[in-house]
Design a protein around this ligand. Sequence first.
Ligand SMILES: NC(=O)c1ccc[n+]([C@@H]2O[C@H](COP(=O)([O-])OP(=O)(O)OC[C@H]3O[C@@H](n4cnc5c(N)ncnc54)[C@H](O)[C@@H]3O)[C@@H](O)[C@H]2O)c1
Length: 471
Amino acid sequence: MQIQTTAAIIGGGVIGGGWAARFLLMGWDVRVYDPDPEAERKIGEVLAGARRALPMLYDVALPPEGNLTFHDTIADAVTGATWVQESVPERLPLKHKVLAEIIAHAPAGALVGSSTSGFKPSELQEGSKTPDRILVTHPFNPVYLLPLVELVGSSKSSPETFEKAQNLLTDIGFFPLRVEKEIDAHIADRFLEAVWREALWLIKDGIATTAQIDEAIRMGFGLRWAQMGLFETYRIAGGEAGMRHFIEQFGPALAWPWTKLMDVPDLDAALIDKIAAQSDAQSGHLSIRELERLRDDNLVALLRALRQQGSAAGAHLNHHEKIISQTLDNASPLETVARTVPVDWTDYNGHMNEGRYGQVFSDAADSVMRLVGADQTYIDAGLSYFTVETTIKYLAETHAGADIKVTTQVIEGAGKKLKLHHEMMGADGTLHATCTQMLIHVSLETRRSCPPRADVMEEVERLAATHGAKT
Ligand SMILES: NC(=O)c1ccc[n+]([C@@H]2O[C@H](COP(=O)([O-])OP(=O)(O)OC[C@H]3O[C@@H](n4cnc5c(N)ncnc54)[C@H](O)[C@@H]3O)[C@@H](O)[C@H]2O)c1
């Protein structure tokens, strides 16, 4: 993916900081305007969290990070921008003022996304001479990890604008959910508010504490929602008779007073004190930074599990990884792996588990196979390589979050044999491990060895001759 683009971030708080981090880590230059004298420090902290967590989601290296600059005016910040993201506080007159200034100074082709949680695009577009350039792009915290962004337009938004925004957001790893009919608070926040209201009543009525409510979510339905959502989950709950049966069975309960959704508890001082005290008792032993780190590590581990299944948000990430993957070139030695060690690869000793070294070198061998033409099409046609011997030397500890690279040499390539030598290095050039691997070419039909196809054989021999012998 060739990236050379610039994003302007107007308002760099919790959400603007997250946008800045995602753009930067996907290779964009980012220009920030925020009148808060502390903005640079605050964005720096969000960026530190993002630099730690986002690369762990992928099995390939991210593009080289873009440049981050801070500017004193909106006019300066939007100079040369392809995309402008507005994330100022949720007040309509302020949003109108800021959006007007952005439109007055940004390049004519730049689109403007607003992070607003509640305002409709038509409200944001009021008074604008170019309403088509303003869209709602509502993300979720942490913006650098969660794929969902609600992409909402009004009747004044053209299909071309939607298309352009969708492509751009997909390039930086988002899953843009197109919402064609605008509504207050879009889609996702409507659910969150329903659950939030119910939770406030449970606390006010003394039925549950903040901790009990969180357990009720994370030990049960939260896990179901994370991988299937609402309707697919309920379809299964209906048993073999499916959705229709589920609605017939539980539909009548909606008429019973199970919830207090239509009512709003008074957020008086007593209720606020009660919630704050319970929350302190539940989580006060951890700082916000520690909680953020725990959240990010948990999200990375969950999302990586979904990637393994190729399901839900994991399927989306697998697709995005293909977009950002670099094609292996013919350098000698070959650079076969470049990635960050994810948090779920470490063991009780606090370093990368030995089995994961095998995985890294196996990925390196897969890169060589693809390079010589033994790719998925070749495998689907019934031919492949099997590893018959691996010798790994563990030379230095490797920790979660470390950037690693593997270089590979083809040290023998003749007939059915393919012998590889891999070296795994850290970002500072430290040699962490070496691996020598013997692969034998096989027929997937007979499960026995056989010669490779002529063109694959030729490539293997060429690489072996180029790389020379290495012991
Ligand atoms: N916090 C969330 O979970 C969340 C999630 C999705 C969307 N949003 C939306 O994102 C927007 C920002 O929310 P936030 O949580 O980041 O708020 P925040 O208070 O953390 O950040 C707002 C930032 O805007 C800056 N600002 C104030 N006036 C400005 C101006 N005139 N020009 C430029 N910057 C200005 C402030 O200094 C601050 O840094 C809101 O519209 C909110 O609804 C928030």
